[in-house]
Every structure is written in C-alpha cells, then in structure tokens.
Write a protein that binds this ligand. Sequence first.
Ligand SMILES: [Zn+2]
Length: 196
Amino acid sequence: MEFQADIINRRLQDWENWVFRRHKGIPNNKRLFVLACMDERLPVEQALGLEPGDAHIFRNAGGLVTDDVIRSAALTVGLFGTREIIIVNHTECGMLGATGEQVTRRLEEKFGLDLTQVPLDPALPELRLPREALYRWWKTQTDIDRAALEQVELLRNHPLIPKDVHITAYVYEVETGRLRKPGEIYATRTSQAFYR
Ligand SMILES: [Zn+2]
C-alpha cells in the first residue's frame, strides 16, 4: 500500500517541475508555439484543444509575424524545446480591409502625432520607421486565407526558425465557430466533381 505522504510528495515534485520548467529544460506539454490574433471572438485554446501548460501562446493584432513573434518563436524553438508552430488567423479580422496608410493617418489624427517621429518600441528608441515602411509595419491584409499561408512562409524562411520545426496555419471562422485549412472554404464548394 502506498502512503499518503508518497502521493503528496509526488504532487510536490510535479509542482516543483512545473515551477522550475525553464530551469530544468522541461518544454511545454505539446512542445508547441501558437501565434494567434488577439481578437476576443477567437477562443484559441478551445479551437486547438489546448489545456493550461500545453503551449506558448503569442497573440497580437492579426496573428501576424512581427519582430516580437520572431523574438519569441526563436527563444521557444531555440532554447525551450518547442518543435511545432501553429498560426491561427480568423475571418472578420480588424486587420482586414484598411491599408497601412489609412491606419497610420487615422491614428495620427486621433493622437495628433507624426508617427514617423514616435519610437515604436519605448525600450528601443532607435527603432523608428520612415513613412512608407511605417505603412507596411501595420501589416494590414486583404485576404485572410492568403495571409495565413504567408505567415507560414515568413516563419519557414526565417534564419532563426530551424527547418525541422513543423509549421501549420488555420483560419478560424468567427461565423461558424470552426477552424479551416487556409483556402478550404466549404460554402464555396460545389458538387460538380460528383457528377463528372
Ligand atoms: Zn483579428
């Protein structure tokens, strides 16, 4: 028979491993890094079937590859044992439709600022962009399925992401509450192939 203290000690050991994961080189449960949009209609963990502890999750406007995505992904695949990256973009995203120039001008009006003069990273005041690059910095999109595939390529081709990291993108449909592979839109399919 097992003593209760043995059970408690095992739990304490599990907890110590949880707390000191990074010291001990223990990866997250699924060895997974997720890049997803910050949108509140996108339930990332639920959509991907993830529990607490399963993944490193990075969310930003659009779920798009930025310098901080590279920074975070490089650390997790390079140092923290992660082997897989999943990108989740979604329909009706706020990053769709407007151009980078429109976003820039709207914010310049709103804040009464010239954004080319604003440090984009307050801890890195050297980081400023000329106007044309600033427009591209917002990374606005016109087609979310194409954007999803482009994010895969951006990561796949980056020198800080090793070639053996498994990278996949999905589009979450806000209107149906389901994931799809980029470009696989059920509602646009016809049954033509069946009749051939
Ligand atoms: Zn979004």
